[in-house]
Write a protein that binds this ligand. Structure first.
Ligand code: SF4
Ligand code: SF4
Length: 240
């Protein structure tokens, strides 16, 4: 995203519309910190600039990765997934990727509002992969940018690209959940310059969700439960 300096009058109305704090008014003009900007398009989409000064420039590889992972309207061609991923979590009723005995786990790196670079995401994904417990969900835009979904390494040319959030997803057997949670706690201690939210998704059949709740509590993590029902996804391809 850029601000056309000839059109901008420096009113500053656009500044609060950037979730990353990348817009600044100095003198009589606003400008965007190109390194900070994650190409989420919030500033332009808000239509706050009546001078038409906020303009989308041509995004080439690797910068276009910012838009794919930050703008909810951008669809990633390789996976057909928009909204920055979460294929597994959002469609489990249909896909059955994690069934009774399994849980889905997601680490939402960069959320809320801290953003993150792929280098920071890679620090987390490689630490997860080294445990030997994790194989990242293939139908996820972040996984598809990895060189190998068993090692967690990303393509070198995207490492310095910053995104609003990057969601790492995988499924594990419920018995392995305590190890995963302990590992996530260790990773959190060594994570600097960004944040991550940890999601654990489970089916409710045979009170599995209660068992998962207990495991989380025993690991000393405070959980905030959410139920989720997706409508209009189609007929399940499996039965729980
Ligand atoms: S709203 Fe438009 S005119 Fe005002 S500072 Fe932002 S870019 Fe410039
Ligand atoms: S595209 Fe997003 S990150 Fe970039 S300046 Fe606009 S609101 Fe901020």
């Amino acid at each position: 995203m850029i601000i056309n300096q000839e059109l901008c009058v420096g009113c500053g109305l656009c500044v609060p519309y950037c979730p990353i704090g990348a817009i600044e008014v100095t003198g009589r003009k606003a400008s965007i910190d190109r390194d900070k900007c994650v190409e989420c398009s919030c500033c332009k989409r808000s239509n706050v600039c009546k001078k038409g000064a906020i303009q989308q420039d041509d995004l080439k590889w690797p910068r276009v990765v910012r838009s794919i992972m930050s703008d909810v309207f951008t669809i990633f061609e390789d996976t057909g997934v928009s909204g920055r991923g979460t294929e597994e979590m959002k469609t489990n009723e249909v896909t059955g990727r994690f069934r009774p005995g399994w849980v889905g786990v997601a680490l939402e790196v960069g959320r809320p509002v801290a953003a993150c670079s792929f280098r920071q995401v890679q620090d987390i994904s490689t630490a997860l992969a080294k445990s030997g417990l994790v194989e990242f969900e293939p139908c996820n835009p972040i996984t598809s940018m990895m060189i190998d979904n068993r090692t967690g390494y990303f393509k070198e040319d995207i490492l310095d690209e910053r995104v609003y959030s990057a969601i790492l997803e995988f499924a594990v057997e419920i018995e392995k959940l305590p190890q995963i949670l302990e590992l996530c706690k260790k990773i959190a201690e060594h994570t600097t310059g960004t944040v991550f939210s940890l999601d654990v998704a489970s089916v409710t059949k045979d009170f599995q969700d209660k068992k998962v709740w207990e495991i989380i509590r025993e690991c000393g993590i405070t959980a905030r439960p959410n139920g989720k029902v997706n409508l209009g996804l189609g007929k399940p391809r499996h039965e729980f």
